[in-house]
Design a protein around this ligand. Structure first.
Ligand SMILES: *Cc1c(COP(=O)(O)O)cnc(C)c1O
Length: 406
C-alpha cells in the first residue's frame, strides 16, 4: 500500500516545489486538494483543442465540447452510482447545491412550522441556507447535538423526528472533526417519518466509495476542488422524481425549451437546473479527477488514509499538552488539535516556516468550536499524496513550534 501511494505524489506538479526551503508537506486537504497532472492536462487540452459552447452549435467543435461535457455527467453518474444522468446537476459546488435545494425544493414544499434537522457538526454552507429559508417561510431548524468524541447519536435522532420533520441535512464526514456519520441509517430514520435526507459529501467523496442508491439519500452534494478536481464545479445529485417536480433555481439560457414574453417552457432534466453557459472545463476536469480516484480505487484510498490517521493520532497523542478535538470511532483523515497555552494561528505560522501547510481556524464550522469551547484548532487533513514521512515532519514541526511558543 505504502509503495502504491508513494508513486502518486509525483503526479502533482505543485508538490514538486519548495516552500521556505523545504519540500512542501500539504496537509490542508480539508480546505482544498491539489490537482494531478492529468486533471490540469484535461483542462489545458479542452482550451487548446476543444473549446466551444455546448448544446448549441451544429459544427464539429461544439459537438465535441458537448460530448465531453455530457461525458463528464456520465462519469459523475457512475462515480455516485446514480440511476440516470438526469439526476446529475452540475453546480458550483456544495454551497450552491444546498442553496439550490433550499430555495427550490424546500421553499416550494415546506410550510411554516415544518422542521429541518441538521447536525451540530455542519459546515456553515449546510447551516446558513436553512436559516435564510427559516427567515423566508418560518420553518423550524433543529440541531442534532454531538457528544464529546464528536459523534451524533442515532437514538437521539430517532427521538427527534416527527411528522413535522421534512428534511434531515447532514454531512457525511465532518471537515472540522473527521467524524463519519452513518448516513444510510440516518436516511432510514428520515424516511420512517416521510422526510427527505440531504447528504453533504464535500469531505466524503475524496476519501471513500459513495453509492447514492445504497445510502438511499434524496439529495447528495459534492465539490470538485475537494477531490483533486477544479474549483467552481460540483454536483447536486437528486432523485429524478424530486427534480422533476422542483421549480427552476435560476432562469436564463440553456434551461429553457421555448420562450415567449407570456410564457416559458423549461428544458428537460437536468438542464432545467443549469441556466447559462456552464462551467464546461470544470466538468471536464472534475470527470478526470473522478477517473483518477477510480484508477487508484477508493477502497484503497480509504484504507491508506486510515493507516496514516492511526499513525498520526498515535504520534500526536505523545505530545505533552496536545489535545485532539474529534475522536469519533468512525473517522476519516482529519486531525484537529489544540495545545495548552498556544494560539493555533501562531502554531500554523511557525509550521509554515518548515514547509508544512496546515489550517488554523474555525474551519467554517463555528458551532463545532463552540461545542468544544475553543476559538479555533490547528487541523491537519490528509490526501492521497501524503506519506508517513509527512507525519513525521508534522510531529517534529509541532514539537519545535511548541518549544518556541511556550
Ligand atoms: C468545503 C466544504 C463545504 C463547502 O464546499 P464549497 O466547495 O466551498 O461549496 C461544505 N461542507 C463541507 C463538509 C466542506 O468541507
Amino acid at each position: 500500500m505504502k509503495q502504491k501511494f508513494a508513486q502518486i505524489r509525483a503526479q502533482f506538479p505543485i508538490l514538486q516545489q519548495t516552500e521556505n526551503g523545504h519540500s512542501l508537506v500539504y496537509l490542508d486537504n480539508g480546505a482544498t486538494s491539489q490537482k494531478p497532472e492529468r486533471v490540469i492536462k484535461a483542462i489545458d487540452d479542452y482550451y487548446r483543442w476543444q473549446n466551444a459552447n455546448v448544446h448549441r452549435g451544429v459544427y464539429g467543435l461544439s459537438e465535441r465540447a458537448t460530448e465531453l461535457y455530457e461525458g463528464a455527467r456520465e462519469v459523475s453518474r457512475t462515480f455516485l452510482n446514480a440511476k440516470s444522468t438526469r439526476e446529475i446537476v452540475f453546480v458550483r459546488g456544495v454551497t450552491e447545491a444546498i442553496n439550490l435545494v433550499a430555495q427550490s425544493w424546500a421553499r416550494s414544499n415546506l410550510q411554516a412550522g415544518d422542521e429541518i434537522i441538521i447536525t451540530e457538526m455542519e459546515h456553515h454552507s449546510n447551516i446558513v441556507p436553512w436559516q435564510l429559508l427559516r427567515d423566508q417561510i418560518g420553518i423550524r431548524l433543529s440541531v442534532l447535538r454531538i457528544n464529546q468524541r464528536g459523534e451524533v447519536c442515532m437514538n437521539a435522532l430517532k427521538g427527534m423526528v416527527s411528522e413535522k420533520t421534512k428534511l434531515i441535512a447532514t454531512t457525511q464526514m465532518s471537515n472540522a472533526l473527521g467524524s463519519i456519520n452513518p448516513v444510510k441509517e440516518m436516511a432510514a430514520i428520515a424516511h420512517s417519518v416521510g422526510a427527505k435526507i440531504l447528504v453533504d459529501g464535500a469531505q466524503a467523496t475524496p476519501h471513500m466509495t459513495v453509492d447514492v442508491q445504497d445510502i438511499d439519500c434524496d439529495f447528495y452534494a459534492l465539490s470538485g476542488h475537494k477531490m483533486y478536481g477544479p474549483t467552481g464545479i460540483g454536483v447536486l445529485y437528486a432523485k429524478e422524481a424530486l427534480l422533476e417536480a422542483m421549480p427552476p433555481y435560476q432562469g436564463g439560457g440553456d434551461m429553457i425549451y421555448s420562450v415567449t414574453f407570456d410564457k416559458t417552457e423549461y428544458n428537460v432534466l437536468p438542464y432545467k437546473f443549469e441556466a447559462g453557459t456552464p462551467h464546461i472545463e470544470g466538468a471536464i476536469g472534475l470527470a478526470e479527477a473522478m477517473r483518477f480516484l477510480n484508477d487508484i480505487g477508493l477502497s484503497d484510498v480509504a484504507a491508506y488514509e486510515a493507516e496514516l490517521l492511526a499513525y498520526a493520532t498515535e504520534r500526536l497523542k505523545q505530545i505533552e499538552g496536545l489535545r485532539i478535538i474529534g475522536e469519533a470511532e468512525h473517522k476519516g483523515g482529519v486531525l484537529s488539535f489544540i495545545i495548552d497555552g498556544v494560539h493555533p494561528h501562531d502554531m500554523a505560522t511557525l509550521m509554515d516556516q518548515d514547509g508544512i501547510a496546515v489550517r488554523a481556524s474555525h474551519h467554517c464550522a463555528m458551532p463545532v468550536m463552540q461545542h468544544f469551547n475553543v476559538p479555533a484548532t490547528v487541523r491537519a487533513s490528509f490526501g492521497v499524496y501524503n506519506s508517513f514521512d509527512d507525519i513525521d515532519r508534522l510531529v517534529t514541526s509541532i514539537e519545535e513550534a511548541k518549544e518556541m511558543l511556550l
